[in-house]
Design a protein around this ligand. Structure first.
Ligand code: SUG
Length: 446
C-alpha cells in the first residue's frame, strides 16, 4: 500500500560568520566576490524570510542549524596551539587563508549536507542519510561530522531512520550530497527513480572529464551511496554531467537542473548524454510519465543560466501544477526573465513562478535550492522526527529576534581573527540548540 508522504525542506540557517573568502575555485560567484564585506544578519534574515514564505504556503519547512565557526578543533588539528585566542591569533598571522576556510558559514548550503533516500525506495523501508564528505574543498570537508550529529539528533528513531558515515574523504569518493541527486516519482510515497549525477569517473583516467574546473562528485561515490541506502537497480540512474558545463562554472548539477515529482527542468548542456538520461528515467519511472522541460541554449545561454541561477530554483507541488521558486537575479537577466514569462504562458507542468531574495548567499554561489535539503517523509516518519526544528510562526519570531541579538551587520576578512567573534558565535549557538531542542551537537558543547 502506498503511504501518504510529503517533501519536507530543511534550510540551512545562515551562520554568524557568513563572509566572502573566495574559497571555491570553479564557483564563479565565490571567486568574483572575494573579500567583499558581507552582512551576516541580512543573510540570515533573507534565509528565514524564504523559509517563512514557503511555510506560509503550507509546505513542511525545517531548519538545520549553522556550524561553529571559526572551528578551533580544525586549527588545532593543523598544529595551532595554546588558548583559543592564541590559536586564532597564530592562524591569522601565519595562515589567513586557513583561518578563512575554517570560518566559512558554508554549512548554510544544505543541499550539500547529505544524500537522502526516502523509505519507499530503500530495501529496509527506512529513510537513509549519508552526510556528504565534500572532500573537494577543505572548508567544506570539515562539515560532515556536525552535519551527521545534527541529522541523528533530528531523525533519531532508528525504527524509521538509518544514518551512514560520510564516504572516505578522498577525491576518488568526492561526494557533494543532494546537489547531485534528484528523485523523480509519481506520488512522493511511491518508489521513485533516484537520479545520481556525477562529474567524473575516478577509477578511469580515460573517461571524459572537465579540463578547467574540478568535478566535485565521482561516479564511484554515487554508486557507494546507492549501495549503502539499499536502492534497487531498477530505481537507479547514474548520469554524467556535461564536462563543458562544469568548465563554464556549473560546479553542482543543481546549478543546471532540478527535478520534482514527474518533472525534470533542465538546460540542454546539463548532461553528457541527454537522450540516454531521459530514456533511462522513462524506462524506470512507474506511476507517472516523465515531463521533461528542456531549456535550450538558444533560449537561455549557459552563461546566463549560471549568472541567474535559473535552475537553482525550488520546484514545488501546488494544488494546480508546480511552483518554481527562483532567485531575484532571474528577473535581472533579460533572456531568463523572458524565458520565465514564456514558461508561464505555456501549457506545461510549471504553472507559477515566485521570486526570492537570497542575494547574500547568491554572492557565494548559493541560490534557493542550495539552501535546502529535501527529505521525503511519510506521515509516521513526520511524527517520529524531532519537531522542534519545524518552522512555525512562533519559531520564526524567536529566530528573527535571536538573529537580531547575535549577528553582526558587517563582516570583513580581518574580523575573522577577532576573539570576540568566536565568543559571540558560541553564545549564539548554545542558545540556538536550546531554542531548537537539539541537545549538544557542537564540539564546544561536548
Ligand atoms: O560549495 N560556496 C559553496 C556554494 C554551494 C552551493 N550549493 C549548491 N549548488 N548546492 C560551494 O562552492 C563559497 C565560500 C566562500 O568563497 O567564502 C562556497 O563555499
Amino acid at each position: 500500500m502506498v503511504k501518504h508522504a510529503v517533501e519536507a525542506n530543511f534550510d540551512g540557517l545562515v551562520g554568524p560568520t557568513h563572509n566572502y573568502a573566495g574559497l571555491s575555485w570553479g564557483n564563479v560567484a565565490s571567486k568574483s566576490n572575494v573579500n567583499a564585506v558581507s552582512n551576516p544578519r541580512e543573510a540570515a534574515l533573507q534565509g528565514l524570510a524564504k523559509m517563512k514564505r514557503l511555510a506560509d504556503h503550507g509546505y513542511v519547512q525545517g531548519i538545520l542549524p549553522p556550524h561553529e565557526r571559526p572551528h578551533i578543533p580544525s586549527l588545532r588539528a593543523l598544529g595551532f596551539s595554546g588558548t583559543d585566542a592564541q590559536v586564532l591569533e597564530q592562524a591569522a598571522k601565519s595562515s589567513p587563508s586557513i583561518l578563512a576556510a575554517v570560518s566559512s558559514a558554508s554549512s548554510m548550503w544544505t543541499a550539500n549536507a547529505a544524500t537522502v533516500s526516502p523509505s519507499a525506495d530503500t530495501a529496509d523501508h527506512r529513510v537513509h542519510f549519508t552526510p556528504a564528505n565534500l572532500s573537494a574543498k577543505y572548508h567544506r570537508s570539515i562539515e560532515h561530522t556536525v552535519t551527521g550529529r545534527t541529522l541523528k539528533s533530528i531523525f533519531a528513531d532508528d525504527g524509521y531512520f538509518a544514518h551512514h558515515p560520510a564516504l572516505p574523504s578522498v577525491s576518488h569518493f568526492g561526494d557533494e550530497g543532494a546537489a547531485n541527486h534528484t528523485r523523480l516519482c509519481g506520488r512522493y510515497g511511491e518508489p521513485g527513480v533516484e537520479l545520481f549525477v556525477y562529474g567524473q569517473v575516478a577509477f578511469n583516467e580515460q573517461a571524459p572529464a572537465p579540463q578547467k574546473y574540478p568535478a566535485r562528485q565521482t561516479l564511484e561515490a554515487s554508486q557507494a551511496i546507492a549501495r549503502l541506502h539499499g536502492l534497487k537497480n531498477q530505481n537507479l540512474v547514474f548520469a554524467q554531467q556535461n564536462p563543458a558545463a562544469i568548465d563554464a562554472g556549473v560546479f553542482h548539477n543543481d546549478v543546471i537542473a532540478v527535478g520534482n515529482g514527474n518533472t525534470l527542468f533542465y538546460h540542454d548542456m546539463a548532461f553528457l548524454n541527454e537522450e540516454q538520461v531521459l530514456s533511462d528515467i522513462r524506462a524506470r519511472l512507474t506511476g507517472a510519465e516523465l515531463e521533461a522541460v528542456r531549456v535550450s541554449s538558444a533560449e537561455v545561454a549557459l552563461e546566463d543560466a549560471v549568472a541567474s541561477y535559473l535552475f537553482n530554483s525550488q520546484l514545488l507541488n501546488t494544488p494546480d501544477g508546480m511552483l518554481l521558486a527562483v532567485p531575484g537575479e532571474c528577473r535581472d537577466i533579460a533572456s531568463v526573465s523572458q524565458y520565465l514569462d514564456k514558461l508561464l504562458a505555456a501549457d506545461g507542468p510549471i504553472t507559477a513562478v515566485e521570486v526570492f531574495d537570497v542575494k547574500q548567499s547568491m554572492r557565494n554561489g548559493g541560490g534557493p535550492a542550495c539552501l535546502r535539503l529535501r527529505v521525503v517523509l511519510n506521515d509516521d516518519e513526520l511524527q517520529a522526527m524531532h519537531r522542534g526544528v519545524i518552522l512555525t510562526d512562533k519559531l520564526y519570531e524567536r529566530l528573527t529576534t535571536w538573529v537580531a541579538a547575535h549577528y553582526r551587520d558587517q563582516l570583513a576578512r580581518e574580523d575573522l581573527a577577532d576573539p570576540m567573534l568566536l565568543d559571540e558565535v558560541r553564545k549564539a549557538l548554545d542558545e540556538l540548540t536550546g531554542i531548537l531542542g537539539l541537545g549538544s551537537i557542537y564540539d564546544f558543547q561536548i
